[in-house]
Ligand binder design. Structure first.
Ligand SMILES: Nc1nc2c(c(=O)[nH]1)N=C([C@H](O)[C@H](O)COP(=O)(O)OP(=O)(O)OP(=O)(O)O)CN2
Length: 143
């Protein structure tokens, strides 16, 4: 048997896809939805994998601090980085790859979730990023 809990968090961010052969090569924004699927080795004395409220505080807290209302840009995209830096104030989060939905999900699972969930006894198993109501990317920890 395996028990998983999920918390959904929404955030707004701007980005562009470098080398994309379509309109998403332009700076634009999305109302993203992130889903965090979390497991633990055992349930706590209350019967929880993790308190939903604590999960919300950790996941939403990280996104509010780092990605909400920021431009999520590839650190190689110097043209966009320099353009956004011309505006004051500005909020930029540099990524080591293009900010596709796939890569955002990967970054959250591999880098951000261990930070978010530190000390809770829970760990992320899967992250889904919805870029629109129609399109999402999903990443899962390998077996
Ligand atoms: N595999 C991926 N493909 C695309 C991604 C992505 O993250 N992963 N992202 C984009 C763009 O960010 C874009 O904003 C979304 O593109 P698209 O789905 O084409 O947008 P629309 O549905 O709004 O297109 P309409 O033509 O306006 O219907 C692109 N691809």
């Amino acid at each position: 048997m395996s028990l998983t809990v999920m918390r959904r968090v929404t955030f707004c961010a701007g980005h562009r896809l470098l080398n994309h052969d379509g309109k998403c090569v332009n700076l634009h924004g999305h109302n993203y939805v992130a889903e965090f699927y979390v497991v633990a080795d055992q349930q706590d004395e209350v019967g929880r994998v993790i308190d939903f409220k604590l999960l919300k505080i950790r996941c939403k807290g990280w996104l509010d601090e780092h990605w909400d209302h920021a431009f999520l840009l590839w650190d190689k995209d110097t043209e966009a980085l320099n353009a956004i830096r011309q505006t004051n104030p500005h909020r930029i989060f540099e990524l080591p790859y293009n900010p596709t939905a796939e890569n955002l999900a990967k970054y959250l699972l591999e880098i951000a979730c261990p930070q978010m969930l530190e000390g809770t006894g829970a760990r992320a198993q899967r992250v889904v990023i919805w870029e629109s109501e129609e399109s999402c990317a999903e990443v899962t920890v390998a077996d």
